[in-house]
Ligand binder design. Sequence first.
Ligand SMILES: Cc1cc2nc3c(=O)[nH]c(=O)nc-3n(C[C@H](O)[C@H](O)[C@H](O)COP(=O)(O)OP(=O)(O)OC[C@H]3O[C@@H](n4cnc5c(N)ncnc54)[C@H](O)[C@@H]3O)c2cc1C
Length: 471
Amino acid sequence: MTVKIDRTKPEFDLETAVIVVGAGAAGLTAALAARDAGAEVLLLERDPVARGSTCMSQGFVCAAGTSLQAERDIEDDADRFYEDIMARTRGQADPVLARAVAENSGRAIDWLKDRHGIPFVMNISWAGFFGHSVNRMHGVPSKRGEELHGALMRAAEEAGVDVITGAHVDLLYADADDRVTGVRVQRTDGSVEKVGCDALVLATCGFGANEEMVKEFIPSFGTASYYKYFGHEGNEGEGIQWGRELGGALGSMDAFQGYGALAGAYGIIVNYDILMRGGITVNTEGKRFSNENLDISAQSLNVLRQPDGIAWIIFDDARRELVQDLPEFQDLTKLGAFKTAATVEELAEVIKVPAGALRETLDESRRLAAGEGSCPFGRDFTLNPPLSEGPFHAIQTTGALFHTQGGLKVDGRAQVLREDGTVLPNLFASGGTAESISGNHCDGYLPAAGLCMAVTLGMLAGDAAAKLNED
Ligand SMILES: Cc1cc2nc3c(=O)[nH]c(=O)nc-3n(C[C@H](O)[C@H](O)[C@H](O)COP(=O)(O)OP(=O)(O)OC[C@H]3O[C@@H](n4cnc5c(N)ncnc54)[C@H](O)[C@@H]3O)c2cc1C
């Protein structure tokens, strides 16, 4: 797909102050911020019903220094979050961006909750921090991205944002100085409209659904025969390409969040809590092959490197009780996705792995949980009680690409930067369209950083876009 920039100035059908493209968490938050700053805002979404990757998510947002953390006496602040980002990415994250996100994420959550009624709560059941040094996991009560997205949509409508769905932006108009003058919109009924603007916020997410871009920028995934994308299909990277065409710089383009526990046959994620609380992953030879709990994102590649690119997550009744209320687990249970067997031998037969190897793997996990010996992959099994002698449950999983982390380089107020460090006149990027704070490749992703980027940069972008002409 080639995106287009038209350098002529057309007769616009309509003019507005701020246009936001894409109605996921990033676009909706940007639109809310622009409205709060007093601007007229038009939010254009290509799908007839807005969903985005935001609706596929679990709605978790990491953020530091929130009032919700304070209520629980969790000590956290921007400095601590910044240090965690830099440690997780081994110093690869853009320090200006990391600082801006660390300093504004808490404000974004408090603002969305207190001013716009987004029902954020702390997620205290999340058992692993994976690089966060404290619990800064916020979410919505249902633990479903749909609830977060629905609340943002309602807030945008109440705030007076004009949300137009079935409105695919397919071309930008810009002048010789790379100032965006407007956009062209293809409506689902085939009609075309041209809308002028003073400032544009790109919130079209990343490029996970664009196979060519994935092959170009993330060859470890894109060129493999097992390449599987599990994010929103509309994330074709148009925003990133427009920004690039206008002279915007790109950053961290090889970075992505993978997930090593996708129940591929059902298109539903297996809650990682099962593994964090003592479950194990084996390959088709009945053997463990990784420290399951080292890195959720990088586990995607560990799984995909196994025979047939698949693995089995194995757990017992005690683990099942701990996670049975989680929405995805309930969905998978209703679909009969879990295989259950009374003994190791029966389980091996059901999932077609060698019984001897599976028994040895389970016996070893119990020895490790009792503190005997050390895990060859470095996992600390003593953190959880050992797996029982049965019954067992198992589910087949694969690794997947959830969302890309590279994108347009932005400054501390989400304005798109050129290679020389100057800003493009009136272009902003948010959420998956902007470079993230995940460094390079797949192991720098901090849990819930995707929506953190969406709401934090969304708030900054919308506010700055609305105030552009005040400068
Ligand atoms: C299964 C899954 C679970 C996840 N769980 C979490 C989680 O719990 N926490 C977390 O932080 N992150 C999570 N993520 C990542 C998170 O969903 C994304 O980082 C986040 O939703 C990005 O928000 P966004 O607004 O940038 O993109 P999106 O929500 O994808 O919104 C982009 C929108 O732009 C629209 N669009 C694209 N191009 C155009 C165009 N040309 N014209 C008009 N509209 C256009 C798309 O249709 C889409 O609606 C998860 C991802 C997946 C796939």
